[in-house]
Design a protein around this ligand. Structure first.
Ligand code: AMP
Ligand code: MG
Length: 340
């Protein structure tokens, strides 16, 4: 058990005297959870294998699932990875932002970060708190999402506290994250590049800059080890329904009533809660645009998990950030996705 210090900061303009406390913890080999524009990360000194091991222990994460190294500038990328022409293009276009590039690693990167692979995943976050923390640490920070392994990723400091209180040294509270789903992970060691995980940066935008390998829409069988575990999942059983709006409403209502009659507590996650107002279920609104759904998705799943044994979620179109949303719902539901 660790004594956890919670530091509340101004997320737009983080106070240096607060961030330096966290940066010193990183420099001494400790663990710091911090906000990024995608989700909260759980960080450690990315060049120190022993520090990185603590991340796996705190999260109960399998050691064969590699981490992302977070950097604050291009110089730092050159120190840890071989940047080829494709990677350079993507860096120029999209860094800082919700894009992670897999590149050949340099020797300074310990095997704990890469799960023994000869490649390393690198991202430059755009969140002022994340950038400031990396700058003041003067180190690349290895960080997966700051949740217990398998759980929905944290988009608020409260989620991190729920999962990791007394398991990490510092939690920086910078409010709710903006994008709400993790970064898009792209393998730049092959051409056309391969999307290993859809995320905050739309693949349609990446496609405007480099060729990408055709992949199954739901991205089921990539080579990224992180993809083989059940992920992002609430404890409740999750069902996802997609299709025409009116038919979905009918189907969700029917399914909810069936489960409710059998004595289950039912939670419903939908774009518009109006048609479900009178139901014997906890109803949560995710918002109407794909961006809003992405932002609210994990918070809604966590919230419903507190009240329900069965969660029924409305799927959205697999376009733009909707591709990432559906990828998370698919994994969280063990593929219980039904087209109505
Ligand atoms: P998370 O731990 O939730 O931040 O996710 C990190 C993601 O990046 C996982 O899907 C990892 O499998 C992926 N990843 C990290 N490093 C590599 C790598 N060297 N090669 C392929 N995928 C990677
Ligand atoms: Mg994660």
């Amino acid at each position: 058990m660790v004594r956890t210090k919670i530091i509340r900061v101004n997320s737009d303009n983080p106070e240096e005297e607060k961030i330096v406390v966290a940066a010193n913890v990183i420099r001494k080999g400790g663990l710091v959870a911090f906000p990024t524009e995608t989700v909260y990360g759980l960080g450690a000194n990315g060049l120190d294998g022993e520090a990185v091991r603590k991340i796996f222990v705190a999260k109960k994460r399998p050691m064969d699932n590699p981490l992302i190294l977070h950097v604050s500038g291009v110089d730092m990328i050159e120190e840890i990875a071989e940047v080829n022409e494709t990677a350079r293009k993507l860096i120029n276009e999209f860094f800082p932002g919700p894009l992670t590039l897999v590149m050949r690693k340099k020797d300074v990167v310990p095997p704990e970060v890469t799960a023994g692979l000869d490649t390393v995943a690198v991202r430059m976050p755009s969140h002022p708190v994340a950038i400031k923390l990396i700058e003041m640490s003067e180190l690349p920070i290895a960080a997966p999402s700051a949740n217990l392994a398998g759980k929905p990723s944290p988009t608020k400091a409260e989620h991190v506290i729920e999962d990791l209180y007394e398991r990490v040294d510092v939690i920086i509270d910078g409010g709710a994250t903006d994008i709400g789903v993790e970064s898009t992970v792209v393998d730049t060691t092959v051409y056309p590049v391969e999307v290993l995980r859809p995320g905050g940066l739309e693949v349609e935008r990446i496609q405007e800059v480099v060729d990408i390998r055709i992949f199954s829409k739901s991205v089921d069988t990539p080579k990224s080890p992180g993809m083989k575990y059940r992920h992002y999942a609430p404890d409740a059983r999750l069902f996802v329904l997609t299709g025409k709006r009116e038919e979905i409403v009918e189907k969700i209502t029917q399914l909810a009533e069936d489960f409710s009659k059998k004595g289950f507590r039912v939670g419903i996650a939908v774009t518009d809660p109006t048609p479900y107002k009178k139901m014997d279920a906890v109803v949560k609104e995710m918002g109407t645009s794909a961006e809003e759904v992405a932002r609210n998705l994990f918070d809604v799943l966590r919230e419903l998990d507190r009240h329900a044994d069965i969660i029924i979620a409305e799927g959205i179109e697999e376009r733009g950030i909707g591709l990432a949303v559906m990828n998370r719902l698919k994994k969280a539901s063990d593929s219980r996705i039904f087209r109505v």
